[in-house]
Design a protein. Sequence first.
Length: 378
Amino acid sequence: MPNIAYFNPTVYGGDQWWNRLIFSQNHIFADQKMMAIFSMLFGASVMLVTGNMEKRAENPIKFHYARNFWLLVIGLIHATLVWDGDILTIYALSAFVLYWFRKLNPKWQFVLGLLIFFIPSLFNIGIQTILPELQSADLQSFQEYWQPSDTAIQKELDIFRGDYAAQLAYRQVGNVVSPPYTDGQGLLELSLLVEFFHRALGMMLVGMAFFNWGILTAKKSNQFYRRMIWIGFGVGFPIVLFGLYQYTTHDWQASYALFIGRIPNHIATPLIASGYIGLVMLWSRSEFLADLQSRLVAVGRTALTNYIAQSVIATTIFYGFGFGFFGCFSRLEQMLIIIAIWGMQLCFSPLWLRRFKYGPLEWLWRSLSYFKPQPILR
């Protein structure tokens, strides 16, 4: 769908109750929370990789920066040539900073991580306070981004249903607000950049602390993980539900939704993500749905390949160089496509790992990071 439909359900995607329900469940259960978990795991992976290298009396700094330089390259290629929603670029840039915090006391990793994570909320509060002082052109740029005209929506539909060259040009020029460039557009772009970078870096530091404390390696007691679930879900879900309610009471207006409206979900994210982690840690100790567990492990071990594959599969389905179904399916119909892609990857990943040590992109990334081809066959 048009990009803004991810954040504003009134723009596109169907007004029927089931389509609004799909938007709501995505906002409550998934939006930001999955990125937070993966950011934590990314931070933990830095601890794991550098720690193992130090145990072998190797200096990890060269490998760390080579590894994340190539992740940045992969992310930029992905963002430019495939899909502009790429997150690898943000992860790689965050990792360049993250390395220097790995020896910090876990308590300070945790505190600093949360402080960094909540900077965007403070930033958005600051922007909200100066909204009355902005020029009408600035406020209009907010409105054009949040509630684009039918002409702007049709333009985006035509571009992504059209040829590949037009899509490349659209991604390179940028698609936040059409020119002329205003202070409002600058504030909006800065707000989004601050949010993505600080969300990623903050949760990476929290992930480092969780790794050091043994939370991510299932070393805590069942009681500890149950407490994570109760606190995380018991506090987090009411906050995000309150935020969703506030969106509706403010009628999804740009003046509320763009800045102050993003804060409840932001606050709830680390709580809900921690609840999910507690749930997964308890599940990993049981035999419940053991086959699904093993398939998810395989997907996790080929995460980069599966991430890029999702982009390739979905753009082939929706963009004009493939089947051109961009903007054609409701949110409910999209959920069926998501489930189908998940099913394919849950089947394919274990089969691949029976023969190979790594996913194809994991092997490429690893080989580039070590500056030589790595063995891939089992």
